[in-house]
Design a protein around this ligand. Structure first.
Ligand code: GTP
Ligand code: MG
Length: 302
């Protein structure tokens, strides 16, 4: 892995599924690390670095024991040491509510920060009708938020709802998680390439307060509708209008113009905090012809 590298890590069963799906969209720009107590999570992910936390010795899971999982992670650390040392940006994907993700994700974030990594976590929150899992998740979330520069909460309920609407599978992220990570990785890889000051990125992601993800897709002839969709799309119950930091990735086909880009970003930014810091990235690809997609992380929400 080269200097300034981007590492996508999945922790726990759901986190590994999200990470594998997200990494597939940007294999050349990032490395993949899978961490779980259940070896089934590593199957069919040939290029991944895998860390097996065999907490109870039967290969089946951390049995809803977060502390055990965190402990196992620190024991297995030497195996992933060099990966963490070289990574400049770490995405941690996890579903909270079980043992492995709830225990090991925040520990991974903590260790990565001691190596001066920027840590962006995506945390799935359990369905409301799972009280035990919700209790474990609520207990685990503060540590993950504290150890991450940005922690994006994703309600699995909303994810499942969007997945049904898109006819996709929520357990692999229903397309959203992939869109998010691909958008971010391509934006951030470009930030690195242009040699923009990484401090800019740090200030965007270091804003105090909540952070979430918004996504909108639509026709190239109606760019403002794409923004409107994105504004109504946050994967948690928050109002994004006061955001103080914003990382925007716009994608379109070869028919996307600078005017489209300006329209999208100006319309979105005008609804955020007046002093909002913005990093904008754009990418054109043939498969997006006739369409526009906006993916953004907004931070500094009150
Ligand atoms: N309803 C439902 N929820 C699921 C399903 N799979 C995962 N989840 C949710 O996702 C969260 C995390 O699950 P996993 O990723 O399997 O947990 P883990 O981190 O591997 O934890 P352990 O298996 O206990 O070590 C749970 O709290 C559930 O709320 C599923 O098939 N159905
Ligand atoms: Mg599991």
């Amino acid at each position: 892995m080269h200097e300034g590298a981007i590492l996508i890590a999945g922790v726990g069963g759901l986190g590994c599924a999200w990470a594998v799906a997200a990494h597939q969209q940007c294999t050349n720009l990032s490395d993949l690390l899978l961490i779980d107590a259940d070896e089934a999570s590593f199957r069919g992910s040939g290029q991944a670095h895998c860390l097996h936390l065999d907490a109870i010795g039967d290969g089946s899971g951390a049995a809803a024991l977060p502390n055990l999982a965190a402990h196992r992670l620190s024991e297995g650390l030497s195996a992933i040491d060099s990966l963490l040392d070289k990574a400049e940006l770490l995405f941690i994907m996890t579903g909270l509510g079980g043992g492995t993700g709830s225990g090991a994700a925040s520990e991974l974030a903590r260790i990565a920060r001691t190596r001066n990594c920027i840590v962006m976590s995506i945390a799935g929150l359990p369905f409301a009708e799972q009280p035990l899992r919700s209790a474990i998740a609520n207990a685990a979330l503060p540590a993950l938020e504290e150890q991450s520069h940005v922690c994006i909460r994703v309600s699995m309920e909303r994810l499942a709802w969007y997945a049904r609407a898109r006819d996709e599978d929520w357990q692999s992220g229903s397309g959203w998680i992939q869109d998010l990570v691909e958008g971010l990785v391509t934006t951030l890889a470009k930030v690195g390439k242009l040699n923009l000051d990484l401090m800019d990125l740090r200030t965007v992601v270091e804003h105090q307060g909540g952070a979430t993800l918004i996504v909108g897709t639509g026709s190239v002839v109606e760019p403002l509708q794409v923004v409107e969709l994105a504004r109504r799309s946050p994967l948690t119950e928050v109002d994004v209008s006061g955001a103080k930091g914003c990382l925007i990735q716009v994608e379109g086909g070869p028919d996307m113009t600078l005017h489209h880009l300006n329209q999208l970003s100006e319309s979105l930014v005008s609804s955020l905090h007046p002093d909002c810091q913005v990093i904008l990235g754009a990418r054109a690809s043939d498969e997006m012809v006739g369409r526009l997609r906006l993916v953004a992380v907004v931070s500094g929400l009150s």
